[in-house]
Write a protein that binds this ligand. Structure first.
Ligand code: SF4
Ligand code: SF4
Length: 179
């Protein structure tokens, strides 16, 4: 398989600079509202704040891959004397918790780096983080060339989990008969 250059977008998180203001959640949820900017329900945000002011814990976490199964074992992290609970650093939309699920449909959410229409030059959460806890950079990596249907597959998989294969197949058949 031949190698191709791929642009990789990275958001760096500096926990020491995060004060838990939640501006990132507001910006992301407004960008992904339908119609755009019509609401700012944090449940729609692809970045969520794990926030515990009494323990000085402010942890922004980005929505990553969908998983249909809970982990059978879990990890705890202690960083600078602060203990984080088992799922705090996890980016998955998972059946054991409510985060990273679209509030209307229940479908899994994943950070799209604000590439939704119109694509943003810089992720909105980074733009709105006035404390510079989030910073953005781009780099190039060499990867194997492949056809990527990942996002379509994840969406279909979660629809099958939610509604069952027969219902999804019926709907696809019905749609394909239109036109
Ligand atoms: S990069 Fe965009 S989509 Fe991802 S969390 Fe930030 S605002 Fe949301
Ligand atoms: S906008 Fe920045 S400082 Fe505010 S909660 Fe988000 S990451 Fe933390």
């Amino acid at each position: 398989m031949s190698k191709v250059k791929k642009k990789v977008k990275v958001i760096k998180i500096d926990l020491d600079k995060c004060n838990g203001c939640r501006a990132c959640e507001v910006a992301c949820s407004a960008f992904h509202a339908k119609p755009k900017y019509s609401s700012n329900n944090p449940a729609r945000s692809r970045i969520r704040l794990i926030r515990d002011p009494l323990r000085d814990v402010y942890l922004p976490v980005y929505a990553g891959e969908y998983t249909k199964a809970e982990c059978s074992g879990r990890d705890k992290y202690v960083i600078d004397g602060k203990e984080y609970s088992e799922c705090d650093f996890c980016r998955a939309s998972c059946p054991s918790r409510d985060v990273f699920k679209e509030p209307d449909s229940g479908l899994p959410l994943k950070c799209d780096m604000c590439e939704d229409d119109p694509p943003q030059e810089k992720p909105l959460c980074v733009q709105w983080c006035l404390n510079d806890a989030l910073t953005y950079e781009e780099k190039e990596e060499e990867v194997e060339e492949e056809v990527k249907l990942e996002d379509v597959e994840v969406g279909l998989e979660s629809l099958v989990d939610k509604y069952g294969l027969d219902k999804v197949m019926d709907t696809v058949a019905r749609i394909s008969k239109k036109d």
